[in-house]
Every structure is written in structure tokens, then in C-alpha cells.
Design a protein around this ligand. Structure first.
Ligand SMILES: Nc1nc2c(ncn2[C@@H]2O[C@H](COP(=O)(O)OP(=O)(O)OP(=O)(O)O)[C@@H](O)[C@H]2O)c(=O)[nH]1
Ligand SMILES: [Mg+2]
Length: 179
């Protein structure tokens, strides 16, 4: 994939809804393949938005049933991509709004802070919570992330189209930042 222009990458736990989020944000139902089986996205997949901008679907991490060797291969692939990709402007990290960020989520958040890479967290599957609990989840996440630079958060649901416009706006902003 060419190394000009700009891109944001979707990273996160396996089955958290990365591919579904890409489809909702691009309004294309079957662009990124989604699945009930964790581990669906096994390679780095680039989606062109236009001549300059791309969204990137990264393989998920942390799915216990995946053989250790394969899991390590994914981690290396993602790590190398994050370290070497010059056109990467930000990471989009979907996190299940009903759960605490996992250890690898936190590692990624710390890594981005160290690398000065902005990170936008989608508190996803928020259709599973009522309104009050949703707002509480957002407050809890912001409290958890307090003091970490370059992090933004929002509620998101791919199935109920919650927060899709907000995510699009944030992504447009992140893509248009200077390198
Ligand atoms: N209720 C609900 N379900 C969702 C939402 N987003 C995704 N899902 C479901 O979660 C499952 C996993 O979604 P994917 O988008 O394939 O997840 P992924 O993170 O790309 O998974 P991997 O590619 O395996 O890492 C599917 O069954 C989706 O239908 C959401 O916002 N709400
Ligand atoms: Mg996927």
C-alpha cells in the first residue's frame, strides 16, 4: 500500500467491533468483514476513502482460543505497522463500553502517548446499555484516561448508529492533521 497521504487505524480486542465500526463510519455494510467468531480480521486491510485518505483495519488481539504462535504473529504485525507507518495519524480504539480496558488496550494507550500519536476511543456496543449507564460508562472512561495526552472518547454503536457522525468528524479532523 502506498506510503503517501494519511490514514487512521482501527486497533483493539478481537470481536470488539472494529470492522463493524469501519462499515458504519463508511456507510458500507460489507466493506470490512465482520463475524461472530473472534479473529476474523487476520491481516492488515487498507480501505481507501479517496486519493489521500485511508482507514486501516488491524487484526484484533487477546482472543484466548487463537494458537499462541498465531497471536504472536499478529502482535508483531501490528507492532511493526505502528512503529513504521509514516502516514499513520491516529489510532481508533473501540473498547466494549461494558468492560474495563484490557491489559493490551492499556498497553496500546500508553504506547500512543509515548509516541505522541492521538488516540480516539469508541466506547462501543453502547446499544447494550440504557441511557444512564451509557453516560456513566463515558464518565468512567474519561476518569480512567485522565491525564493521558491526546486521548478523546465517545459513545458508539455500529448496530444502532449511535455516535457515527461524531466519529466521522473526529476522524476527518485526525486525518487532516499535519504529520
Ligand atoms: N450489539 C452490538 N453488536 C456489535 C456492535 N458492533 C459489532 N457488534 C457485533 O460484534 C461481533 C464482532 O464484530 P466485528 O466488527 O467483526 O469485530 P472485530 O473487532 O472486527 O473482530 P476481529 O476482526 O475478529 O478482531 C459481531 O457479531 C458484530 O455484529 C455494536 O455496536 N452493537
Ligand atoms: Mg475485524
Amino acid at each position: 500500500m502506498d506510503d503517501t497521504g494519511a490514514e487512521v487505524a482501527f486497533a483493539g480486542r478481537s470481536n470488539v467491533g472494529k470492522s463493524s465500526a469501519i462499515n458504519a463510519i463508511t456507510s458500507r455494510k460489507a466493506l470490512a468483514r465482520t463475524s461472530k467468531t473472534p479473529g476474523r480480521t487476520q491481516q492488515i486491510i487498507f480501505f481507501r476513502l479517496d486519493d489521500h485518505f485511508r482507514l486501516v483495519d488491524l487484526p484484533g488481539y487477546g482472543y484466548a482460543k487463537v494458537p499462541a504462535a498465531l497471536q504472536q504473529h499478529w502482535e508483531k504485525t501490528v507492532q511493526r505497522y505502528l512503529e513504521e507507518r509514516k502516514t499513520l495519524r491516529a489510532l481508533i480504539l473501540p473498547v466494549d463500553c461494558r468492560r474495563e480496558p484490557t491489559a493490551p488496550d492499556r498497553k496500546l494507550i500508553e504506547w500512543c502517548a509515548t509516541a505522541d500519536l492521538p488516540i480516539h476511543i469508541l466506547l462501543t456496543k453502547c446499544d447494550k446499555l440504557g441511557r444512564g449507564k451509557r453516560l456513566q460508562a463515558l464518565r468512567d472512561a474519561n476518569k480512567f484516561l485522565q491525564g493521558i495526552p491526546l486521548v478523546t472518547t465517545q459513545l458508539f454503536s455500529a448496530t444502532q448508529s449511535i455516535g457515527v457522525d461524531e466519529a466521522r468528524e473526529r476522524i476527518a479532523e485526525l486525518l487532516s492533521q499535519k504529520a
